[in-house]
Design a protein around this ligand. Structure first.
Ligand SMILES: [Zn+2]
Length: 430
């Protein structure tokens, strides 16, 4: 049986079947040929979106209900891949374009039908849907008509090496757009042409996305550091230390909070204490100047660690070049076993609060300061220790104004996605 399987797999793999080509039909024909001796009914299904047709191969049974087997014939490999990287077999392992996705699955489905044919057939029909392209055709006739009402549907997608099976896409949007206005093509005068989709698509960076989420986040998704006196007519701002430092203003317009991006993370880091002045000197000597981001970010935590451990070794965080170093520094700082690490985290939290206060002053953010990014939720005990808010408020003579600013930490790590979805929904509503 293994030999038959591998032989058939090679026959399918030997056909180049890039998506959108017509060669897929030859794969379907091979499958139909193998299953013909079982008395299967075969039927081509026209697909409106592409050159290749899909095929339904149905094995009649004596029971009730349809059982659908799903597979697709196209691969992601362009024409010519088979010649460049032909099928080969090493013992029990087969290699070649489409072996896993999903010609192996098609052979398996065909052989499963043969196995069922040799036994009782407790179904009305066992229906193999050989789809020409599973990504754009899943809602097309081959599947939508012939699998509708099936008692069960089995997808013959092969598992990954670790056993994982792809069961869903991260997301896709199906929309039909009718555009009016300037045409996309304007002959040789390219400047007159426009790509209409650009007028309906908006790219958001991560911080702008996060800022978009503010209006829809629930109270449970926010940790209040200062209640303040919320002003529903005032602007707000977002500050986010993560892999970098992001800042965005949220301007109040007609009752809405509209994000306005900034490059505030690259503004000068403002030292307040003698210790911070020393830090600035270290950063300036090394990099020419001291930016906010060199202190308030993951790499900033590592800089602080270097600074507070000058002249002494750290026993806890030894590999500062590791991508995990920032998290290691904050964990060690929270643990308190190393004085240097504890000071690094204290300096980070205090500088974070001070910079958040600067942002509130610059944006007159009486509507709130929202602290996003990956670091704050991981160091909540330090964020709530008082050092953040003390530095935030330490702006005489503006302290009174700053006590009115609500200050909240965004706890939901998906806030960027939520904001992007919110914006996409707005665009879709027109
Ligand atoms: Zn340490």
């Amino acid at each position: 049986m293994i030999e038959t399987f591998c032989d058939r797999l090679q026959q399918l793999v030997d056909i180049d079947t890039p998506s959108g080509g017509v060669e897929q039909e030859r794969v379907a024909e091979l499958l139909a040929g193998w299953l013909a001796p079982l008395g299967c009914r075969t039927e081509w299904v026209e697909e409106p979106d592409g050159p290749a047709r899909s095929m339904v191969i149905a094995l009649p049974g004596s029971g009730r209900g349809v059982v659908a087997l799903l597979g697709h014939t196209d691969t992601v490999f362009p024409a010519g891949t088979v010649a460049a990287r032909p099928f080969r077999r090493e013992g029990m392992r087969c290699f070649g374009p489409g072996v896993a996705d999903m010609k192996g699955g098609l052979v398996l489905a065909a052989m499963a039908m043969e196995a069922c044919a040799a036994r009782q057939r407790p179904f009305q029909e066992l229906r193999l849907l050989v789809c020409a392209d599973e990504e754009v055709r899943l809602r097309a006739p081959a599947v939508s008509v012939h699998a509708a009402g099936a008692r069960a549907a089995l997808v013959f997608e092969c598992a990954r090496e670790n056993g994982d099976v792809v069961s869903a896409r991260k997301g896709a949007v199906w929309r039909t757009m009718e555009l009016t206005g300037q045409s996309a093509h304007a002959g040789a005068d390219t400047a007159r042409g426009r790509f209409g989709a650009h007028m309906h698509v908006e790219l958001l960076n991560d911080l702008a996305s996060m800022a978009r989420s503010i209006e829809v986040l629930t109270p449970e998704e926010l940790l209040v550091l200062q209640e303040g006196m919320p002003d529903d007519e005032a602007s707000a701002a977002v500050i986010a230390a993560g892999t970098g430092m992001g800042q965005a203003f949220l301007h109040r317009r007609n009752g809405r909070l509209l994000p306005s991006p900034s490059e505030g993370g690259h503004a000068d880091f403002a030292a307040r204490t003698d210790r911070e002045l020393e830090l600035v000197r270290m950063l300036r000597d090394r990099d020419g100047r001291a930016e906010v981001e060199q202190v308030l970010s993951g790499p900033g935590l590592v800089n602080l660690h270097r600074f507070t451990h000058r002249g002494g070794e750290c026993e806890i965080v030894t590999d500062l070049d590791s991508p995990d170093a920032p998290a290691a520094v904050s964990t060690a700082g929270l643990g308190g076993r190393c004085q240097g690490c504890a000071e690094a985290l204290r300096m980070f939290v205090s500088a974070y609060g001070a910079e958040a206060g600067n942002l509130a002053l610059r944006g007159l953010a009486l509507g709130g300061i929202f602290v996003g990014g990956g670091i704050a939720p991981k160091i909540l005990p330090a964020m709530r220790s008082g050092a953040f808010m003390k530095a935030f408020l330490d702006k005489a003579p503006m302290a009174d104004m700053l006590t009115r600013v609500p200050v909240k930490v965004i706890l939901n790590a998906e806030s960027g996605l939520i904001g992007a979805a919110t914006r996409a929904n707005e665009l879709a509503q027109g």
